[in-house]
Ligand binder design. Sequence first.
Ligand code: CO
Length: 148
Amino acid sequence: MKIITYPNPILQAPAQEINLADLAVKKLQKLIKNMVKNMHKADGVGLAAPQVGKSLRISVINKKAGGLTDDLILINPVIISGSLETEIQQEGCLSLPGVQIKIERTKWIKVKAIDLNGNRFYLEARDLLARVIQHEIDHLDGVLIIDK
Ligand code: CO
């Protein structure tokens, strides 16, 4: 599994929703597990499916982003609310090697998503974890830090 870098057009295309029935398919489960493995191999805090050439709404988040006991898998994630308070911090991206850009993000968010078993869950995140989740959901909308 290779991490795709800019300017591959898949990185700037909106990704497709996952059909819940497809989650039972071994191939999709395998893709998600491979994404987690590759995120660690690349020492990234997060990875989105378009970055491995699959235009699907899946993001994985490294537990080292903070506030997590395990790596987080987000299928069809949606930000349902957030604080008005924002913070500006430098961000990088595995698909933009060597690029660091200051990005303004909401400090606190509430997200709904589906887990690997097809169950809906809600998650509140703040600070770095909130930032990483926003970055990885941007990937699913075809938005890169250079587009912000
Ligand atoms: Co990125």
